[in-house]
Design a protein around this ligand. Structure first.
Ligand SMILES: Cc1cc2nc3c(=O)[nH]c(=O)nc-3n(C[C@H](O)[C@H](O)[C@H](O)COP(=O)(O)OP(=O)(O)OC[C@H]3O[C@@H](n4cnc5c(N)ncnc54)[C@H](O)[C@@H]3O)c2cc1C
Length: 454
């Protein structure tokens, strides 16, 4: 059986190792960080994430969905916190079916479960504290440095640099992938595009209430939409909420200009008055937590011969506003596994099929995620948005199986992202045409009646 060298045991790396292990491949998985079970968890990325149908389906196929969902909190809709002082939050369900929900899951718990799923296969070997510095594409060889040496700790083996050679190397090493960088350097005409938002993000905490209770509605994703920026909060099993402020890096009112305790307090008092009393560590969190950047990465191709492939954020990092980056990365694992099964004797064909099936959908998701930022931070605050959601749910109920709102298709089905986006555009045109037709009919009827009476 072929040997795969995987770089990165984040969310997709662990899951992909499990899929490849199940197929009987030899898998060596290298991760630059320490073992997450030793408590050194994943800094610099979100603490919790929204897991939905695509991700759950991928976990189910490897038999770990139930275990993961035990750690998750269902979120049945958005709880919108208006700007006007004293206004009560407004709940907007995600779907006409109240059983459809997304799930708030801790990154650390999920990462541990996927790594343990991979390690159940004796042919999968996970090696922490190994950072990939480059890959020689033609020989499928990764150069790795023992990261504990970098940190000034002597490794037990004494070797600082090692080479890992496989039949293929797969880069599952996230948005700033070292494997992708090697492809950029070694593949003529490799296409690469990265674009950063003017907004960054900062995580803050609402701690648990008395006896581990939740201080806001537990089964909702909370949003404070403020037009050009927003804060969101997802529940955690310990009663806390992780809040994320998405705000401009620069500008008169921005991360850059909000430095002193007074600045921070004034900004939060003005914009999020109902959240402030629940955030006793606000000043400390704001000053000590890093401000992350938000990047969209598009590249092509995602493979080199039968030697190298990219999966997850390494191939297609998207901004987090559709809650789909991880779900899409998990779906990549399913599709790559299907392609390897379809072409067991021709790995290059399998990699190409995987790329052809996923690239168009990753591009569609990147656009959807950018558009959804505007919906979340601005439109969710408006009555028109809530009316549109009600109309969506009405049509979905009446035209069951025919009309599916875009959010439903993206979040609660495995309809390919590009098809979902296309279908939503057609549906919108038909709905608007229908509404205009209905309006014309009403006006014409009134004119006819007036004419008949007079
Ligand atoms: C603020 C925020 C909120 C988000 N919310 C959601 C959400 O609600 N739902 C959702 O689906 N997605 C969400 N995402 C996106 C999600 O985090 C990513 O899509 C997901 O983590 C991608 O998984 P991955 O395994 O491809 O990459 P990662 O999870 O980034 O894992 C990459 C791994 O590779 C390792 N690594 C990196 N470089 C090297 C190297 N040189 N050598 C060895 N190892 C290396 C890293 O240490 C890491 O463990 C969010 C992202 C952000 C930033």
């Amino acid at each position: 059986m072929a040997k795969f060298v995987l770089i990165g045991s984040g969310l997709a790396g662990g899951l992909l190792a499990a899929y490849l292990g199940r197929r009987g491949y030899e898998v060596d998985l290298y991760e630059r960080r320490a073992d997450p079970r030793e408590g050194n968890m994943v800094g610099g990325r979100s603490i919790n994430l929204a897991l939905s149908t695509r991700g759950i389906d991928a976990l189910e196929q490897i038999g770990i969905a139930d275990e993961v969902l035990e750690h998750a909190i269902p979120m049945r809709g958005r709880m919108i916190h208006p700007a006007a002082a004293g206004s009560a939050p407004i709940f907007v369900p995600y779907d006409v079916d109240p059983n459809k929900h997304i799930n708030s899951i801790g990154r650390a718990a999920l990462n541990t479960i996927v790594i343990e799923a991979a390690q159940r296969y004796p042919n999968v070997h996970v090696k922490f504290n190994h950072k990939c510095t480059e890959v020689d594409l033609n020989s499928a060889t990764a150069q790795l440095i023992n990261s504990s040496v970098e940190a000034g700790v002597s490794p037990a083996s004494g070797n600082a640099i090692i080479e890992a050679r496989g039949d293929a190397v797969i880069g599952v090493d996230g948005a700033f992938s070292a494997v992708r960088q090697s492809m950029q350097l070694q593949i003529h005409n490799f296409q690469y595009d990265e674009s950063y938002l003017a907004h960054g993000y900062k995580e803050l905490t609402i701690p648990p209430g008395p006896n581990g209770s939740w201080q806001m509605e537990k089964n909702a994703l909370h949003i404070w939409p403020r037009k050009s920026f927003m804060m969101i909060a997802l529940p955690n099993p310990d009663g806390s909420f992780t809040c994320t402020l998405f705000w401009e890096f620069e500008g008169p009112r921005s991360f850059a200009t909000t430095k002193t305790d007074d600045d921070i307090r004034r900004f939060f008092d003005e914009e999020f008055p109902d959240a402030v009393p629940l955030m006793p560590n606000l000043l400390e969190d704001f000053k000590s937590n890093p401000t992350g950047s938000l990047v969209t990465i598009r590249c092509a191709p995602w493979f080199y011969k039968d030697k190298v492939a990219l999966v997850g954020d390494a191939a297609h990092a998207v901004v987090p506003f559709y809650g789909q980056g991880m779900n899409a990365a998990f779906e990549d694992c399913v599709v790559l596994d299907e392609c390897l099964a379809e072409f067991p004797e021709d790995r290059q064909r399998a990699f190409k099929e995987y790329f052809d099936r996923r690239k168009v959908n990753a591009d569609a998701l990147a656009d959807l995620a950018l558009e959804n930022f505007i919906e979340m931070r601005d439109k969710t605050a408006s009555k028109t948005f809530r009316a549109k959601k009600k109309l969506d749910h009405l049509l979905e109920g009446f035209l069951s199986g025919i009309y599916l709102p875009l959010y439903t298709m993206v979040t609660f089905t495995r309809i390919p992202y590009a098809n979902a986006a296309r279908r939503a555009r057609v549906q919108d045109c038909l709905v608007y045409a229908g509404l205009i037709g209905a309006a014309i009919f009403v006006v014409a009827s009134i004119l006819f009646l007036i004419h008949a009476i007079s």
